[in-house]
Structures are given as C-alpha cells and as structure tokens.
Design a protein around this ligand. Sequence first.
Ligand code: SAM
Ligand code: SF4
Length: 326
Amino acid sequence: MKLIDSHGRRINYLRLSVTDRCNLRCSYCMPAEGIPSLQHGDMLSYEELHRVASEAVSLGIEKIRITGGEPLVRKGLIGFIERLASIPGLKELVLTTNGILLREMALPLRRAGVQRLNISLDSLNPTTFAAITRGGNLGKVLDGIAAAGEAGFPPVKINMVVMRGVNDHELLDFASLTLDNPYTVRFIEYMPTLLDTDWNSRSLEGREILERIGAHYPLLPLVSAEMAGPSRNFKIGGAAGAIGIITPISGHFCESCNRIRVTASGLVKGCLFANEAVDLKPYLRNTENGDLREIMRRIVMEKPGRHHLAEEDSGHGTVAMSRIGG
Ligand code: SAM
Ligand code: SF4
C-alpha cells in the first residue's frame, strides 16, 4: 500500500519518539534543568507505540527511526525493538542516539533488529563537547561508536549540528574523520529553537559549510539512495567515508519530504515545524470514537507543502526538539 499526500509526495518514513527524557542537556535542545517529565499516563506505553507503528506500516510506512529524547534511556527498549522489527512490511528500522549508552547497548540493539545507527556528535573536543551537552563525556560517545562497529553495525552516520562560534572551527576535523573511517559525517544547519534567542547569529548556511570544507578538501558529489533522506552527499577523493550536508533552513527539502512524526506522548505531526498535531492517545485508549488508521491518514493528507522558516515573520514557531525527536 502506498501513502501519498495531497502534494503528491509518497510518505514512507515514520520518526517514532519513545521518550522525551535524556541523559544529556544539549544547550539547543533542553533547558539546563531538563524539561518537566511527562506523567506516566501521558506517555505512550510500548504496547501503544507498537500499535501506532503497526498501523503506520499497514498504511504504507516502510522505514521507522526510533528517536527521543534519548531513546536508550527508556527501560525495556530492547524488547520493544524486537517486536517492532518483526512487523511485516517494515523494511528499515534505524535509531538515532547521543551514543552515551552505546557501549552497553550496541550489541543488544543489533541483535534486536536495529539495522543502522545515527549518532549525534557536535564536537571532537572534550571541553567543547561538555559545554554543548552541559556535562557530557565525549570519551563515552567515541567508545560507543567503536562498540557499534564491534557489534556488526554498518558504518555509523555522525550528525553534527553546526553553530557559528561554538563548533564551526571543527568543520575540517569532522570532515577529516572520514579520511580513514568509513563513517558518513553529516553537517546539519542549526534550526531555530526556543532556547536560543541568538539563533540567527549562530546559524550557518549549508553553502558556507560546504565552501569551507571544499576549500581544503576537494569534494566529489555522490548519488543518494532511495529513502536516504534529505542529505546531499560528497566524498573527499580517496576517503574511506562520506560527507553529507542537510539544509533544513536554506535549502528546505519539503518538496521531497517523506516523513511523519509521532512523539512519546502520542502526538502525530506531519511537519516538524507545523503547529498542528493530533493526539492519538484518545483513539488508542478508546476514549474518543475514531479509527487510528483514519486519523493517521488524515495527518498525512494535511501535511503542509512546505515550511516557511526562512521567511521573515513567517509566524511559524521554533521547535522543542527533545519532545519531537528531531
Ligand atoms: N537524543 C538523540 C540524539 O541526540 O541523537 C535523539 C534525539 S535528538 C532531539 C535528534 C537530533 O535532533 C539530534 O541529532 C540533534 O542534534 C538534533 N537537534 C536538536 N535540536 C536541534 C536544532 N536546534 N537544530 C538542528 N538539529 C537539532
Ligand atoms: Fe538529549 Fe539528543 Fe536533545 Fe542532546 S539533542 S539534549 S542528546 S535529546
């Protein structure tokens, strides 16, 4: 079955957040004190998350990314992933993590059926990393990346959010990681956040990121695979890995957007930046009449054609990333 929205886009990718909690406090994502925890009953149970995932796959979703908050902090995750992996028709099951708990979790995740890992890493300098994440230990993430390889995962994708004056001096360090390692390092434009009123001065356009890397390392364009997402990929000549650039702001990829999102509290969203969301809990818990599949189909149909973030006075808000899952 194919899920086509009203703009003719095929929707086959669900980002499923399993928690809004996190063991880090990245300055652009969470306030220093963390966020007020969802009450137990406000969070979807694994049973409910599984039902959402199964219905989504039966509607035409082929790829699920587990995200958070930090997905690895939710207890019982491995059993949940085993059940997800056995949903008939699901072609790709992948996960995004900050890597802090990956040394312990890589092998169980692999055995449970996760096919690939994306790891968020914004600095290779322990002090800068600790400053961005408010106390995170870089060594644990690097060890987690090594553990992913040992557990038999394909080379990881490393996602770096680039912020002027914070970590942009590390662009070449990140690019050079790909020389000897088969990783894909992806540079992501910093998106507006409620937590950073100075977002504009810290954001860097993808074009500038590419120019700065390209001035040092000539970049060869690569062709992207289907379901590869919005990254434009390149390779430094002779490198083991690849470089990607993701430009949600300057070169928004809305016309080819294939995703919907479900938050840990059961809100389904057609667009990261849209204010509209539908709460699936009443339909999951039968406190409201209505068919879960129909509600999800409606969200796909109402998915906006594009976001308007780059336009002044767009009226569109910032996002609480830890709640939505990036
Ligand atoms: N905790 C996991 C992690 O950090 O990978 C998964 C959830 S996190 C919200 C998902 C992604 O959103 C991370 O790669 C993070 O860097 C990204 N993100 C959060 N806030 C962002 C922002 N303002 N701009 C760009 N990316 C952001
Ligand atoms: Fe946690 Fe990920 Fe947000 Fe950082 S970006 S605070 S690791 S949820």
